[in-house]
Design a protein. Sequence first.
Length: 295
Amino acid sequence: MRSAFLLVWVNLIVFSVAALLPDLTTVAGKMELICRIAVMLGPILLLTLGLIYYFLAPKEANHRFGFRCYYGMGSVEAWRFTQRLAGIIWSVLGLVLTVAMVMLTKYRGRDFVWDPFCGSGTIPIEAALIAKNRAPGLNRHFAAEEFPWMPKDIWEQVKTEAKDKEFNGKYQIVGSDDDPQCVSLSFANARKAGVADCVTFKDGDATKMSLPADSGIIVCNPPYGERMMEQQSAQRLYSALGRHLKFANNWKKFVITSEPEFEHYFGKRADKKRKFYNGKIKCDYYMFTDNQRKR
């Protein structure tokens, strides 16, 4: 597969060289040369980006890297440039997935929220943004702000209105992870997102640590066994998590994973399931909302 793509890429360059020989003695000839180079490099650039996207996209579960670009890639180790480029592509997909996961819990800022596999803190941070009613893109700079025909004060007015609609309550949102480096990264990401005052992160094993409250919502994205862990190790983790949460009847639980037998290992059948794609990985979102239901 790699060699086939490489061959196509080389052929595009070789067979286009002959077309790059206009009469360069005139201005028109030089402009023609520039246009032909642009036409040739366009498909090559797209093909190159496609190869990076296909071969270098991260295979890990998305709890290991942040979804918004300013969150970082989520891995503590520095990524190479091409991996960062692929990570940015995946980050857009992951952002939509994370928002959908939190929205499906029907969280509106009143319940206690706990992500026991917080990774880079994406789920708790998105929950905080939803609780605060933070307008998407509020801290971004848009190219339209530089349009000469658009008054500058309109943008400031819109941003002020959006800030006035934010809520400033006390929220109970906790993220935990058994990797101290991930906890540190989550703190940093929460500060960048402007929600460090309403999100708490702590170090702890999800299968052993005490529940942070008597009731609430658990929403998490545990390891899938896709390159990060062996599948059997992930299955043992699901079983341990199910035993730990067996009597947490006052907690609603929302778990996304690619493991098709998750309910078997977790020890309980989900009340609802939604199909998602975490990047290229087909997943199910298991929703345990009726805690009185028999196992």
